[in-house]
Design a protein around this ligand. Structure first.
Ligand code: NDP
Length: 254
């Protein structure tokens, strides 16, 4: 068996209907995995699913809000019902509300923590019994450069993404005995809807990203495909609890 062949595997990608999630889903599909796309916007998910289907893999469209624990559980159940199993969970859905800490309301704080951190916990918890019963699985959580660095405009986002890394370590240590590997990916600055909004809201962001990123460009969703295949398959069977930057060198340059 090839270390990077995902034929016969099934991946569930939250927020897989666009941006980084779709970039990872494309990589997993190209490696042979069937893909369940989960998001709130069904039309967007249908379009992503149709695109992935052209790669010759089975797909499923699941309409779910990952801030709702019950919907996380149904999403996992629907993946198994429609595609037969669940081998890879990519906890990618996420949002940001960019504001100074002193301007944040508690409602906004909770929205970001729920969408980025609590959802990761709920979806992983929902996937656990299915993966355990199948003899193993892979969970890939999406952190950020703000898992490492601070930003004046992202108090809740930074707290949530720092939390994702620590949650990853806890899940990895708890579930290693069940042959479930849990890792985090820390994307650098990737050109998506999320960061297009950030570019409009934060003066000088584009110039800062280009200057600070050693490779000298923004990332694109396709840059995350390789790490998804690595962490989703046999190649990473002895890798767990890590947080791997995919950032064009951003996190290693002063
Ligand atoms: P996008 O805004 O393009 O994608 C976000 C995705 O999350 C959408 O597919 C959206 O689908 C889904 N989503 C958001 N909230 C929910 C929810 N409550 N329930 C279900 N799905 C939800 O952003 P990116 O692709 O940039 O971001 C993807 C992940 O990568 C996020 O976790 C983000 O924090 C992280 N990240 C992004 C970076 C970047 O530079 N772009 C850098 C570092 C990390 P829908 O609207 O249909 O629900």
């Amino acid at each position: 068996m090839s270390l990077f062949d995902l034929t016969g595997r099934v991946a569930l990608v939250t927020g897989g209907n666009g941006g980084i999630g779709l970039g990872m889903a494309r990589g997993l599909a190209e490696a042979g995995a069937a893909i369940a796309i989960a998001g709130r916007n069904r039309a967007k998910s249908e379009a992503a699913s149709a695109e992935l289907g052209k790669l010759g893999v089975k797909t499923a469209v699941l309409t779910a809000d990952v801030t709702d624990e019950a919907q996380c559980r149904s999403m996992v159940g629907d993946t198994v019902a429609q595609l037969g199993r669940l081998d890879i969970l990519v906890n990618n859905a996420g949002i940001n509300i960019r504001k100074a800490p002193q301007e944040y309301t508690l409602t906004e704080w909770r929205q970001v923590i729920d969408a980025n951190l609590t959802s990761t916990f709920s979806c992983a918890q929902a996937a656990y019994p299915v993966m355990k019963a199948a003899g193993g699985g892979k969970i890939v959580n999406i952190g950020s450069m703000l898992s490492i660095f601070g930003a004046s405009f992202a108090p809740a986002y930074g707290a949530s993404k720092g939390g994702v890394v620590q949650l990853t370590k806890a899940l990895a240590t708890a579930w290693a005995k069940d042959n479930i590997q849990v890792n985090a990916v820390l994307p650098g600055w990737i050109d998506t809807d999320l960061t297009r909004a950030a570019r409009e809201q934060i003066r000088g962001l584009n110039a800062m990203v280009l200057m600070r990123t050693p490779v000298g460009r923004w990332g694109v969703p396709a840059d995350l495909a390789g790490i998804a295949v690595f962490l989703g398959g046999a190649a990473s069977d002895y890798v767990t609890g890590t947080a791997i930057p995919v950032d064009g060198g951003y996190s290693v340059q002063v």
